[in-house]
Design a binder for this molecule. Structure first.
Ligand SMILES: *Cc1c(COP(=O)(O)O)cnc(C)c1O
Length: 350
C-alpha cells in the first residue's frame, strides 16, 4: 500500500535499516544522560540547523508532538493573551487548546480562498501571535513573506508558527518568527512520537523572564536541559536517532523545496486537466505546496476512495466539514516519482 496520507505518512525506505542499526548499536536502551546520547542529540540539532537553515543563534528542543508544543506555549509563554490567525481545523484546535489554559485567547478566522489577513494584527504588545503556516486540513499555506510582515508590524509580541506539515518539505524563513514547531510523521518521513520546537533568542529570553516552572515540560526546564543537549524527561531516543540518520542523508532544504514546488506545480496542472476532480482551493496564491486537497462530487469521491484502496493506494480523507467531497494527497519528500506516477495513472480517468 502506498500511503498518500498527509500524516502519519509514508516513511523513508531506509527506516527499517536504521531501526536495525539502532538495535545492534544499543541505541534502544541508551541512557538519556549518557555521553552517547549527548553526542547524538548535539549532532541531530546541528544537522537540523544545517539542513533546514535554522539560524545558529536559535535553540532546538525535542518534544513528543505538535500538540505538546501547543501546551508548552500556552503554559510557559502566554501571559497577556494570544491571537490565532487560522482557516482550518488545526488552527482551530490550537486555539481551542490554548483557550482552555489561557481564556484570553482570541480567534481571527479567515476564509480558505483568502490570503491570511495579517493587517488585522498591528502593534500588538505582549501577545503570542499564532499562525498555522500549513493548514493540513484545508491544503492552504501562509507564506514566509506574510509571516515576516506580522513580525515586522508587531515588534512588541512574539510570533509562533505551526509548521507541522511543511517543515523539512519547504523552505521556512526561521528568522521571521520566534517559535516554529513540527512533529516528524509528516514531511520528515519518520514514524510518529517526536516533534521539534525551534526557539529564537527573543523567545528564549522571554521564557526565562516569565520563568514558569510548574510542569514537566515547562519551557525554562526544557531550555536548561538543552544547554546540556538533554530533555527533562526520557525522550524518544529511537526517534531522535532515526531523525539523525534521515537528516544525514537528506538534501539541503533549498533543493528539497525546489522539488516539492515542482511536484506541486505538476499536480496543479494535472488536476486542472481533469473533468470530475479539481483542486479544492480556487485561489492559487494560498495553495499549500505539501498537501493537495482534491474536490469531487460525493458519489465520485466514494468511488475514487474505494478504487484507490483496491489498487494499493491510500488517499488522505477529507477533513472536518469538507470530508464527504474532498480527499487529500500528501506531497511529502519521502514519496517517490514512480509512486506519484502510479497515482496519476489511476486518477487520469476522472
Ligand atoms: C498533524 C498536525 C498537528 C498535530 O500533530 P501531532 O504530532 O499529532 O500533535 C498539528 N498541526 C498541524 C498543522 C498538523 O498537520
Amino acid at each position: 500500500m502506498i500511503s498518500f496520507y498527509p500524516g502519519p505518512s509514508r516513511v523513508h525506505d531506509e527506516i527499517p535499516r536504521y531501526v536495525k542499526d539502532a538495535h545492534s548499536l544499543g541505541i534502544m536502551s541508551v541512557n538519556h544522560r549518557s555521553e552517547d546520547f549527548i553526542r547524538m542529540s548535539k549532532t541531530t540539532v546541528g544537522l537540523l540547523k544545517e539542513k533546514l537553515r535554522i539560524p545558529k543563534s536559535y535553540t532546538v528542543l525535542f518534544t513528543g508532538s505538535a500538540t505538546e508544543c501547543w501546551e508548552i506555549l500556552a503554559q510557559s509563554i502566554i501571559t497577556e493573551g494570544s491571537l490565532h490567525l487560522f482557516n482550518g481545523a488545526f488552527g482551530q484546535k490550537w486555539f481551542d487548546y490554548t483557550s482552555r489554559l489561557q481564556p484570553a485567547a482570541q480567534a481571527l478566522r479567515f476564509q480558505v480562498n483568502e490570503l491570511a489577513d495579517v493587517h488585522r494584527i498591528n502593534d500588538q504588545k505582549d501577545q503570542l501571535i499564532c499562525v498555522t503556516q500549513n493548514e493540513t486540513s484545508t491544503g492552504t499555506q501562509v507564506t514566509n513573506a506574510l509571516i515576516r510582515k506580522i513580525k515586522k508590524n508587531n515588534p512588541g509580541s512574539l510570533v509562533a508558527v505551526d509548521a507541522t506539515s511543511s517543515m523539512a518539505g519547504i523552505y521556512l524563513d526561521f528568522k521571521a518568527a520566534d517559535f516554529w514547531y513540527a512533529s516528524v510523521q509528516k514531511c520528515f518521513g519518520l514514524p510518529a512520537g517526536l516533534a521539534i520546537l525551534v526557539c529564537s533568542p527573543a523567545a528564549v529570553e522571554k521564557a526565562k523572564a516569565i520563568n514558569e516552572r510548574k510542569h514537566y515540560n515547562s519551557l525554562p526546564f526544557m531550555l536548561d536541559m538543552m544547554d546540556l543537549w538533554q530533555t527533562p524527561f526520557t525522550p524518544n531516543v529511537l526517534g531522535i536517532y532515526l531523525l539523525m540518520r534521515v537528516l544525514e542523508q537528506s538534501k539541503s532544504i533549498d533543493e528539497t523545496n525546489a522539488i516539492t514546488v515542482q511536484r506541486y506545480e505538476d499536480w496543479k496542472e494535472f488536476l486542472g486537466e481533469r473533468k470530475m476532480i479539481s483542486h479544492f482551493i480556487q485561489n492559487e496564491k494560498v495553495h499549500s505546496h505539501t498537501v493537495l486537497p482534491v474536490h469531487a462530487e460525493a458519489e465520485t469521491m466514494k468511488l475514487i476512495k474505494k478504487e484507490a484502496r483496491l489498487n494499493g493506494m491510500l488517499l488522505g480523507e477529507g477533513y472536518g466539514e469538507f470530508k464527504p467531497e474532498t480527499f487529500r494527497i500528501a506531497n511529502f519528500p519521502a514519496l517517490k516519482d514512480k509512486e506519484i506516477t502510479v497515482l496519476r495513472k489511476f486518477l487520469k480517468k476522472y
